[in-house]
Design a protein around this ligand. Structure first.
Ligand SMILES: *[C@@H]1O[C@H](CO)[C@@H](O)[C@H](O)[C@H]1NC(C)=O
Ligand SMILES: *[C@@H]1O[C@H](CO)[C@@H](O)[C@H](O)[C@H]1NC(C)=O
Ligand SMILES: *[C@@H]1O[C@H](CO)[C@@H](O)[C@H](O)[C@H]1NC(C)=O
Length: 468
């Protein structure tokens, strides 16, 4: 060990220690800020407007694309403040804007009345980076909204804040509102949340699939029209890329996690990293996994020992569903192959430890699915459902393999598991292709560039409006 350490520089050692610390104590420290959303996740890159202008140039070391936001006043309105995808994404935007010298004010619309440790630490993280935090209601909130160059509403539900707080001033603020939407589930389509949507300056949505869904649903269900809509895919944070590209760190993390799971170095690990819930499809994944073992046995294939890892266990929350999963594991005698890991924000150690990411989100799939681009950064192939944002990230046959959602997907996924278990070369090649795709379009700088072009248009619209 001492010998290995010689080649490390001080900063490598420092962050690696931090990572291990986070990993071992699993606290709520947001070091690698990464969301753990529900249906619509974390994301960007690829701003495409209604008119389908694809901006696919590679941006290298150019001036920060957000520089024009310097000294602009931006009000960010978050529906809530928690360690879930939506708020963490908005915080990332807050820090991007602060880094170019914008004045950033943050409002959390819904806060619990009792003291909350997570909110406290997230607010302090923001204050440390020069973000001003205001109460959701009151004259100061109204004045800031009126003065701001731009207001970003985060999630559809944040629409509740507009009338409740701005009251008769609402019409002065709407022309400078950019509405960032990450949801793709029916119960968000309520007029009370989104009635102002048609007259805001723009909507920013995480994937084309989700944007289409919103366009259709608002028209069919609510009889309203979407404003100018921009699709902005997410990008990987610098911190994540730093770990993903450090082979020494990855090796250490891999050994550490594998040891903690009792898994040998040559074993193959297939993992879902998502909160345990029916929508994320852990039940169907386990069925596929079981079926793949049977296929291997029936065909007498020579493969390493396979494991399934489910990162995102929470016995306090989804107990019924998780009990079902655990019962399945016991019934099928898979205890030595299936591993449940508690929900965590520090996904890097697991990405370093596994061999294949399974993205098995059901129904309309992920809104984007940030874990998918994170896994690809770690050179992992992805076995994903052909739904939602996954279809915009994973290139079927090249960076991973897609299977249908629902029960029809169980056997195809089982076969894909066998395919990647038996073809080492193919698995590694897919991982490399995935990594190249991330470098080409799913980096933080791509996301910043995409967001910048949206903000520029929204600013122009706001300026040309007589009210603001
Ligand atoms: C639009 O919505 C209708 C019903 O709400 C549905 O039948 C149709 O398939 C949807 N179209 C798209 C492209 O999603
Ligand atoms: C996982 O979470 C459960 C409760 O939800 C807890 O009892 C258990 O100790 C946790 N395991 C680890 C390894 O932290
Ligand atoms: C993915 O590609 C495979 C062949 O490589 C094909 O059989 C399968 O139908 C494709 N799936 C989707 C969802 O396009």
């Amino acid at each position: 060990m001492a010998k290995q350490s010689v080649g490390w520089n001080a900063s490598q050692k420092r962050w690696l220690l931090m990572l291990l610390l986070i990993f071992s104590i699993s606290t709520l420290i947001v070091f690698i800020v990464r969301p753990a959303f529900d249906s619509c996740d974390r994301q960007h890159y690829g701003v495409t407007t209604d008119t389908q202008i694809h901006l696919t140039t590679t941006i290298e070391n150019l001036p920060n694309p957000l520089d024009f936001m310097k000294s602009k006043l931006v009000l960010l309105v978050s529906h809530e403040l928690s360690l879930s995808g939506g708020p963490l994404l908005l915080m990332e935007l807050a820090f991007l804007l602060r880094s170019v010298g914008a004045k950033v004010v943050w409002i959390t619309n819904q806060k619990p009345t009792e003291e909350d440790q997570v909110i406290y630490s997230l607010e302090h993280k923001m204050l440390d980076r020069g973000v001003q935090v205001l109460p959701a209601k009151g004259q100061e909130a109204v004045d800031t909204a009126l003065k701001a160059d731009m207001v970003v509403l985060n999630t559809a539900v944040a629409g509740k804040w507009l009338d409740a707080v701005l009251k008769e001033d609402v019409s002065h603020v709407l022309p400078k509102v950019l509405w960032w939407i990450h949801e793709m589930r029916g119960h968000y389509f309520k007029v009370e949340y989104v009635k102002h949507l048609p007259i805001v300056a723009g909507a920013m949505i995480d994937s084309h699939t989700t944007a289409e869904y919103w366009k259709n649903r608002t028209r069919e269900r609510l009889g309203i029209r979407m404003p100018q809509t921009y699709v902005v895919h997410l990008g990987n944070s610098k911190e994540l890329m730093e770990v993903a590209e450090d082979s020494v760190a990855k090796r250490v993390l891999r050994e550490h996690v594998r040891e903690s799971l009792g898994v040998l170095n040559e074993d193959i690990l297939f993992a879902i990293i998502n909160s345990v819930s029916r929508g994320k499809g852990q039940d169907l994944f386990l069925r596929s996994f079981h079926e793949s073992l049977q296929l291997i046995q029936d065909q007498k294939l020579q493969v390493p020992f396979l494991h399934a890892v489910i990162v995102g266990s929470d016995m306090n929350a989804q107990t019924k569903f998780e009990m079902e999963l655990r019962k399945f594991v016991t019934e099928k005698g898979l205890q030595d192959r299936v591993h449940f890991v508690n929900k965590t924000l520090a996904v890097a150690p697991y990405l370093a430890a596994i061999d294949v990411l399974v993205q098995n989100s059901q129904a309309r799939g992920e809104c984007f699915g940030r874990i998918t681009i994170e896994a690809m950064a770690f050179q992992l192939p992805v076995l994903g459902t052909a739904a939602g944002g996954t279809t915009e990230i994973v290139v079927n046959g090249s960076t991973g393999l897609l299977h249908p959602v629902g029960k029809e997907g169980v056997t195809p996924l089982a076969k894909n598991i066998v395919r990647l278990a038996t073809h080492v070369e193919r698995r590694l090649t897919m991982g490399k292709k995935g990594y190249e795709r991330v470098k080409e379009r799913f980096m933080e700088r791509h996301m910043a560039h995409r967001i910048a072009s949206v903000l520029k248009e929204v600013l122009q619209k706001a300026k040309s409006n007589p009210h603001s």
